[in-house]
Structure formats: structure tokens, C-alpha cells
Write a protein that binds this ligand. Structure first.
Ligand SMILES: Nc1nc2c(c(=O)[nH]1)N[C@H]1C(S)=C(S)[C@@H](COP(=O)(O)O)O[C@H]1N2
Ligand SMILES: [Mo]
Length: 420
């Protein structure tokens, strides 16, 4: 049975149960993503409780229990749309995307950030106290969305975390401008890119292996809104979101926003850290048929994220009374661009109702849309939302350009509604 949501179609997955019943302890451990401690005492033929549930029952310390854990080594968890309803995403609601194991020691007083690289005039190290005293502090609300958000919809399927819609958030970030710190160090005229390094450790346990080290062109890093942040919504950044210091690059794949930030390099070429090359956060330059293999040199790095929206109210599965007028609302964002319009449909895209859309509180913050709706007769409906950016690009109704790693799915969000 569905654990908590009545809006799900419940399937009796008998073949899977039979398989699990007969599985070896090693296979059960693989399915659980953890070894079973005291396995020698585990009754033969019993199905582990965690595998009887539709969704992972595990929760993350410091995070809302409503987050859906996709993986616990490394920890990855997404936010259901209705929890993203607040205009500013609360700390315990923001999704978590880890590629490795978070660092154990995140002492604010001892933490340092080093700036170096072939296009840095010098190597300089700052404590967090140094950053706070030396540079002016700024707060911006910035949208971070994982490049793989929406991956679960791709066919043929793409490997990786099966994000549905919840790898996006837009909290307030406080810190110093990356450009102020880079200028303090000195940027050589041949600088083209910046790259970050964090203090998380590789899943293999090998201390010499870097988990992820991505970056952005120097122009993006020099934007007003590119921050080195120590605070989220006026509090410490949650441990899982990169405390005590992280880079925040709004509008681009969130993989460019390095967590547990310890080093920034100023490069004279495109940064080449782990997950900058190959198929990582890169898509084929030209559209390809689903399933096609493309040589690495025909890929390009994902930059600004595409236009997208999310219905955060009502919650999918809501049942509304006859003739009840209700509000439909949510957020819309468009990478480096602004959102011009959001339309919703109650008839599977045959006609569209235009919504009111707020201006962003600052550049690179998501915007909010709302409209009031009444449903004409009793029955099942879907509400679809479609945002359009200021350049006139709209979200596609169905999955856009298939790519091997399942990036950039900005298809319209749909919710299910019944009217009595
Ligand atoms: N040091 C470090 N920074 C990182 C990551 C990571 O695994 N390690 N993951 C990246 C990816 S892929 C994403 S989508 C965002 C996720 O940020 P969040 O976990 O705060 O939501 O962090 C990015 N920064
Ligand atoms: Mo990501």
C-alpha cells in the first residue's frame, strides 16, 4: 500500500516480492544500498521492512521528513512540489545532491578558502572571519537546479539519480561577491574560467581523489550575483548543503555551486576538474535520436538552464468541491533570463489560461505565478503549467531533446486533480 499519498496508483508488485523473498543476503544488501548488520540473524524468507515501502523510509538529519531520499550513499534527496510552495525555500526543504561523502570537520572558525591558479596574481588564503571583515556582504535569492532534475522521465532511461521535479530550490544566500575576492587576489588578463574544490571525500575512500570540481567562465563568475556564501536564509548553511562555505552560481546547473568550498582556481583555460569533461554536465551539440551514441568531442558544457515552472499548490491528488474556485500557484525560472509569462491548462493543453507573474526580487531568483480556476464538471483533470522566457522560448509539453545523461528536462509540470 502507498505509505502516505492517496494520490498514487497502488500496484501489487508480486514478481518483485517473490524475487526479494528468494534473494541472497548480499542481493538484499544491494537493494537496500547498505550492508545488513547482524545478517546472520536475519530470518530467511523475511522481506526487509524498508523494501516493503514504496519510497525510502530513511530521513536525513536536519532535513524535512517529507524529502524523498533517492540514494543514501552518496546522499541524494529531492523535494516534493507542494513543499516548495513558500516563495523563499526554507533550509530544511532544499534538496541534497552529494557526489561523495560530506567532510566530518566543518568548524567555521578553522575553515579556510584558498585562491590560486595560473591566472591568479598570487595565492591567498582567507578564513571566514577574514572574508566577513574584508569584503562587503550581500544577500540574493538565487535559484539552484540540478542539471539532472527531471531525469526520471527519459526513455531510454538515463543512469543517475532518478530526479522527478524536486532538485530545485531558491533560498536567500548571504556572503561576499566572488568577484570582490578574485579582484583582491588579482586576476591576470588571460583568465578564462574559475574552478572550485570542496572538502568532501570520494566514495572510494581514496583521499587523493577529488569528488567533483566544476566551474564557470570568468564572466559568469564576475557577475554581481555570484557569491561565496556562509549563510542561507539568515542561518548557517545546512551541513548537507555545503556548510560552512559554498559557492552559489544562480541560473546555471547547480553542480557549478561548489559545497564545502575550500579552494577556487583561476584558470587560463576551461577548467578540467572531475565532472567537467566527457558526458558529465554536457549535452550533444546537435539534437540526436533517443539512444544514439555520440563521441565526447561532440558534446558541450551546459550553461544557463532552460525555462521551467513548478505547480506548488494545490498538491497533486487534491479533490476539489463542485464549483469551488481555487488558486493555482507556483514558481517559474529561466536560467540567466527572466520569465515573461506562465500559462496553465486544465484541458491537456488545448487551451491556456494566462497567470499573473511577479517580477524576480533580484536577477536569477525564481518568479511566482498564480491564477484562480473553477473546473466545469465532475471528474478527473490535470493542471499543466507552461512558462515562457523573455526571449519567447516556452517549455515543451513532452520530454525535450533526449541526451545520454538525462539533463535539462524542462517539460511542463502536471498535477492530477479530481472535482466532486
Ligand atoms: N563539493 C561538492 N559540491 C557540489 C556537489 C558535490 O557533490 N560536492 N554536488 C553538486 C551538484 S551536482 C549539485 S546539483 C549541487 C547540489 O546542491 P545542494 O546539495 O545544496 O542542493 O551541489 C553541487 N556542488
Ligand atoms: Mo547536480
Amino acid at each position: 500500500m502507498g505509505k502516505k499519498d492517496t494520490d498514487k496508483i497502488v500496484t501489487n508488485d508480486f514478481p518483485r516480492r517473490e524475487f526479494i523473498k528468494n534473494a541472497s543476503l548480499a542481493v538484499l544488501g544491494t537493494l537496500l544500498g547498505s550492508k545488513i548488520v547482524f545478517a546472520e540473524s536475519f530470518p530467511k524468507g523475511l522481506i526487509p521492512e524498508a523494501l516493503l515501502l514504496e519510497e525510502s523510509p530513511f530521513t536525513i538529519s536536519g532535513k524535512n521528513n517529507g524529502l524523498i531520499v533517492l540514494n543514501d550513499r552518496p546522499i541524494n534527496a529531492e523535494t516534493p512540489p507542494h513543499l516548495l510552495d513558500p516563495n523563499v525555500t526554507p533550509n530544511d526543504i532544499m534538496f541534497v545532491r552529494n557526489n561523495g561523502i560530506p567532510p566530518e570537520d566543518v568548524n567555521v572558525n578553522k575553515w579556510t578558502l584558498t585562491i590560486e591558479g595560473e591566472s591568479a596574481e598570487q595565492t591567498k588564503t582567507y578564513t571566514i572571519a577574514n572574508l566577513k571583515s574584508k569584503f562587503k556582504e550581500y544577500t540574493y535569492q538565487l535559484t539552484l537546479e540540478c542539471g539532472g532534475n527531471g531525469r526520471s522521465e527519459f526513455t531510454p532511461p538515463a543512469k543517475g539519480n532518478q530526479w522527478t521535479t524536486g532538485a530545485v530550490a531558491c533560498p536567500n544566500w548571504t556572503g561576499v561577491k566572488l568577484k570582490d575576492v578574485l579582484k583582491d587576489v588579482g586576476i591576470k588578463s588571460n583568465a578564462v574560467y574559475i574552478g572550485y574544490y570542496g572538502k568532501d571525500t570520494h566514495l572510494s575512500g581514496d583521499p587523493t581523489k577529488v569528488v567533483i570540481s566544476r566551474g564557470v567562465p570568468i564572466e559568469k563568475g564576475m557577475e554581481d550575483e555570484a557569491l561565496i556564501a556562509w549563510s542561507m536564509n539568515g542561518e548557517e548553511i545546512p551541513y548537507m548543503n555545503g556548510a560552512p562555505l559554498r559557492l552559489v552560481i544562480g541560473g546555471w546547473p547547480a553542480s557549478t555551486s561548489g559545497k564545502w568550498l575550500s579552494k577556487i582556481v583561476i584558470r587560463d583555460k576551461v577548467h578540467d576538474g572531475p565532472k567537467m569533461g566527457g558526458k558529465s554536465y554536457r549535452i550533444p551539440k546537435n539534437g540526436i535520436a533517443p539512444g544514439t551514441k555520440v563521441p565526447d568531442e561532440d558534446y558541450e558544457i551546459i550553461e544557463s538552464m532552460p525555462v521551467k515552472s513548478l505547480v506548488t499548490f494545490p498538491k497533486t491528488g487534491a479533490i476539489v468541491k463542485a464549483d469551488q474556485q481555487f488558486e493555482v500557484r507556483g514558481h517559474a525560472w529561466a536560467g540567466d533570463l527572466e520569465v515573461k509569462a506562465v500559462d496553465v491548462s486544465i484541458d491537456f493543453g488545448s487551451s491556456w489560461i494566462s497567470c499573473s507573474v511577479t517580477k524576480p526580487v533580484n536577477r536569477l531568483a525564481w518568479q511566482h505565478f498564480s491564477t484562480k480556476i473553477t473546473l466545469p464538471e465532475q471528474g478527473y483533470y490535470e493542471i499543466w503549467a507552461r512558462a515562457t522566457d523573455i526571449q519567447g522560448k516556452s517549455q515543451p509539453m513532452v520530454l525535450p531533446g533526449w541526451n545520454p545523461k538525462g539533463y535539462l528536462n524542462n517539460a511542463c509540470h502536471r498535477i492530477a486533480i479530481k472535482r466532486l
